[in-house]
Design a protein around this ligand. Structure first.
Ligand SMILES: Nc1nc2c(c(=O)[nH]1)N=C([C@H](O)[C@H](O)COP(=O)(O)OP(=O)(O)OP(=O)(O)O)CN2
Ligand SMILES: [Zn+2]
Length: 143
């Protein structure tokens, strides 16, 4: 197989952890509805998570460089899109996007996707996977 003229497609992933707090509370629901839907996660003073995000890009393995993209460049994108705006933040109060969008992990994955596509080369981003806890995991693929 080595030396084949076929194009090879690879998937590469970088993992990044960050800490943040939030409250699940929708401005579109009454206080009673919020309590019913979100339960303890609607606690007015919030609660925290050590999130783990997996950012996966998919693309041709370049013949010259041997890379889909340089992981060092992906690391810089993650710093700009995840660490600077989200780490050690109150998601609802410090991140304007979440002032009227509930900070569920689904919506957080959409936020990260939408910002990551603006800093990555076109058509490379494949998946955002967020581990909110060891047991709660969300995947978003831009659909
Ligand atoms: N669909 C979603 N459901 C929930 C989300 C979410 O983002 N999307 N988020 C939460 C809370 O933020 C909450 O912090 C998770 O709580 P919980 O399930 O209790 O977390 P644990 O995994 O730590 O639970 P234990 O089973 O008690 O260990 C809720 N729902
Ligand atoms: Zn939570």
């Amino acid at each position: 197989m080595s030396g084949s003229s076929e194009e090879r497609v690879g998937y590469i992933t970088r993992v990044q952890s960050f800490s943040a707090c939030h409250r699940l509370h929708s401005v579109h629901l009454s206080d009673e509805e919020n309590k019913r839907v979100y339960g303890k996660c609607d606690n007015p003073n919030g609660h925290g998570h050590n999130y783990k995000v997996e950012v996966t890009v998919r693309g041709k393995i370049d013949r010259l460089t041997g890379m889909v993209m340089n992981l060092t460049d992906l690391k810089r994108c993650i710093e700009d899109v995840i660490m600077t705006p989200l780490d050690h933040k109150n998601l609802d109060q410090d991140v304007p996007y979440f002032s009227n969008v509930v900070s569920t992990t689904e919506n957080l994955s959409v936020y990260i996707w939408d910002h990551m596509v603006t800093v990555l080369p076109p058509n490379l981003l494949h998946e955002i996977k967020i581990h909110e806890t060891d047991k709660n995991i969300v995947v978003y693929r831009g659909e």
